[in-house]
Design a protein around this ligand. Structure first.
Ligand code: GLN
Length: 237
């Protein structure tokens, strides 16, 4: 947080990554803070800019294969940002955003490309794309089930230092689970949450948004009374 107590949300490469409106995750976080009377600022950092390194939260979205290779080398060339993501703030990375934080990712021809190395994961292409709605049981305390839309060819294997974000209830998820084991989705490290869920995922899963906000602000947050939500539930459930 800055001296005037604004929570700083760094939206990284919205011009390169951000399929399915993943940039909306920044809007959701900022709005949920403002509704609680906490000032928030979204810092959009496009490819030609020097990235901010003092943010409370960093966001990366999904993208096509070529876009994500560019994003991976952009990240690797900004070591101070990588260090900040490792040690400073909380990061949410979606799909391609998740893949580029790993050790390597292979393209459609099987050739490996280096990632930023912040997560103990590797990604290789599946035979078929995973496309469709997905529901998972999230391992983060109090978050419950997550829902979203997945569309990826990459299958992500977790190393020893990475834990899954959740268990797949319906859908594919990371797509690299050994035969006979329950399928898992996403990745968790100390400061990074990675997921294959688009939506934007935080618009569809406010409990995950609040989990990130609690970690970034360091305190409990008052629950939000959103009368519209109650009305919508009455209408559609
Ligand atoms: N290009 C990556 C894949 O297909 C990520 C896709 C995405 O971000 N939706 O695996």
């Amino acid at each position: 947080m800055t001296s005037d107590s604004s929570v700083l949300i760094g939206l990284l490469l919205p011009d390169v990554l951000g399929t399915y409106s993943d940039s909306g995750n920044a809007t959701v976080l900022a709005q949920r803070l403002r509704w609680r009377g906490i000032p928030a600022e979204v810092l959009r950092c496009t490819a030609g800019q020097d990235p901010p390194t003092g943010c409370d939260i960093y966001l990366l979205g999904g993208g096509e294969d070529t876009a994500q290779l560019f994003a991976a080398s952009w990240l690797r060339s900004h070591r101070a940002l990588c260090r900040a993501m490792e040690r400073g703030g909380v990061t949410l990375a979606v799909c391609a955003g998740l893949q580029i934080l790993g050790h390597t990712m292979a393209d459609g021809t099987g050739r490996d490309h280096p990632g930023a190395g912040l997560l103990d994961i590797t990604t290789r292409p599946r035979r078929r794309r995973a496309i469709g709605n997905i529901v998972t049981e999230c391992h983060l305390p109090g978050v419950g089930q997550l829902c979203g839309f997945e569309n990826h060819r990459g299958a992500t294997s977790l190393g020893r230092d990475a834990r899954p974000l959740g268990q797949v209830v319906d859908g594919i998820g990371n797509g690299a689970t050994p035969f006979g084991r329950a399928a898992v989705e996403g990745v968790l490290s100390e400061r990074i949450i990675g997921t294959y869920l688009h939506g934007p995922v935080l618009a569809r899963n406010p409990a995950l948004a609040d989990h990130i906000l609690v970690r970034a602000t360091g305190g409990p947050l008052p629950p939000l009374e959103l009368p519209d939500q109650a009305v919508l539930r009455e209408m559609y459930l």
